[in-house]
Write a protein that binds this ligand. Structure first.
Ligand code: NAD
Ligand code: UD1
Length: 332
């Protein structure tokens, strides 16, 4: 298939591009590089041994989108979004404009170019504080911050669009906690400034770029008192996108899938696993809970297994080992 990947230079997008190229798809990327660099795309092509087409542009810019769709596109994977929860609380309009505005403009361009198949990056953040874990896709949706609201609204817009246009098919993928890197260590996650998320923070402490990890709370009702999450390897996530494309291309309508392993690890388990993988100490200090955090969030991934045939294959050691290989390569 000819596939347009929005946000393809980013963390998850770049890994997905490698898998798509290796599976024989033709790939066009549109990215405004607001949270990435073109170097990642050079490395994607080097890893896959195949070229891709890159349009540097914004998904809210219709001219840039028209250039991306020129030559025909069969399906779109839509990663392009701003994703920092804290920042979204201070700049909600920027998030609404970029994420929701970008998605509307993308759907308009898809209609104009008769591209009817969409795979969308959603997030477990749409479950807010769930009543039960592991969470199933039919759990109530309740968001707790503007970033989460953009994901929920975008899911709803895409659903309405599918109802209105019987030729359109969409798959909404709710990611849990993507971590790790390509096993080559050539592409990975390198957040600007202080990392918000646990794994890049731990990796920077292990590399000596930060002194210690702050553990946000050890008084949760979990086995060791620290927060439990469902971490999954970014390469497993990338493969899920290739499978979701096949699924969407074969039907119409809108489907939603959780993507996680179904298994939770605590903050302290993550620290121990990273120390094993890196052979480095990861000093930490316990601090108070982070506002808006919950004790435990894990996926029930059985729907993705049953309908997509997708199961996460990489274990925690692979997630930490690959993240460390990438981190070592980018640390001074
Ligand atoms: P990322 O920031 O690394 O990648 C996003 C890419 O989109 C970046 O390259 C950025 O430059 C680009 N972009 C942003 N706005 C754009 C616009 N208006 N036009 C063109 N390009 C634009 O983030 P990621 O971790 O790879 O996340 C990809 C998607 O997955 C996002 O939609 C994110 O919300 C979602 N998601 C991520 C996580 C996670 O933990 N990483 C979890 C759940 C969902
Ligand atoms: C965060 C976002 C969520 C987003 C998800 C994936 C918040 C409140 N939530 O969720 O919307 O979908 O990332 O991108 O930001 N931790 C520490 N020290 C740190 C960082 C994290 O102890 O420096 C702990 C957290 O308290 C949590 C766990 O590590 O228990 C995982 O945190 P994180 O990686 O930020 O992911 P989420 O909290 O799941």
């Amino acid at each position: 298939m000819k596939i347009l990947v929005t946000g393809g230079a980013g963390f998850i997008g770049s890994h997905t591009c490698v898998v798509l190229l290796e599976s024989g798809h033709e790939v066009t990327v549109i990215d405004n590089l607001c949270n990435s660099t073109a170097v990642a795309l050079e490395r994607v092509q080097e890893l896959a041994g195949k070229p891709l087409r890159f349009i540097e542009g914004d998904v809210r810019d219709r001219n840039a989108l028209d250039r991306a769709f020129a030559g025909g596109i069969d399906a779109v994977i839509h990663f392009a979004a701003l994703k920092a929860v804290g920042e979204s609380c201070g700049q909600p309009l920027r998030y609404f404009d970029n994420n929701i505005g970008g998605t509307i403009s993308l759907m308009q361009a898809m209609e104009a170019h008769s591209a009817n198949c969409l795979v969308f990056s959603s997030s477990a953040t749409v479950y807010g504080q769930p009543d039960n874990v592991p969470v199933r896709e039919d759990a109530p949706l309740r968001v707790t911050n503007p970033y989460g609201r953009t994901k929920l609204v975008m899911e709803q817009l895409i659903r309405d669009w599918c109802i209105a246009r019987s030729e359109v098919s969409a798959v909404l993928l709710r990611y849990f906690n993507p971590v790790g890197a390509h096993p080559s260590g050539r592409i990975g996650e390198d957040p600007h400034g202080e990392p918000n998320n646990l794994m890049p923070y731990i990796a920077q402490v292990a590399a000596g770029r930060r002194e210690y990890l702050r553990v946000f709370g050890n008084d949760y009702p979990t086995p060791d008192g620290t927060g439990v999450r469902d971490y999954l390897h970014v390469m497993d996530l990338a493969e899920a996108h290739a499978m979701a494309l096949q699924y969407a291309a074969a039907r119409s309508g809108c489907e939603v899938f959780n993507l996680g392993t179904g298994h939770g690890y605590s903050v302290l388990e993550m620290v121990a696993a990273f120390e094993r993988a890196s052979g480095r100490k990861v000093p930490f200090e316990v601090r108070s809970r982070r506002l808006g955090d919950i004790a435990e969030l894990t996926a029930d991934p059985s729907r993705a297994r049953d309908l997509l045939g997708w199961v996460a294959r990489n274990n925690l050691d692979a997630m930490c080992g690959d993240a460390w290989r990438w981190q070592k390569g980018i640390s001074p």
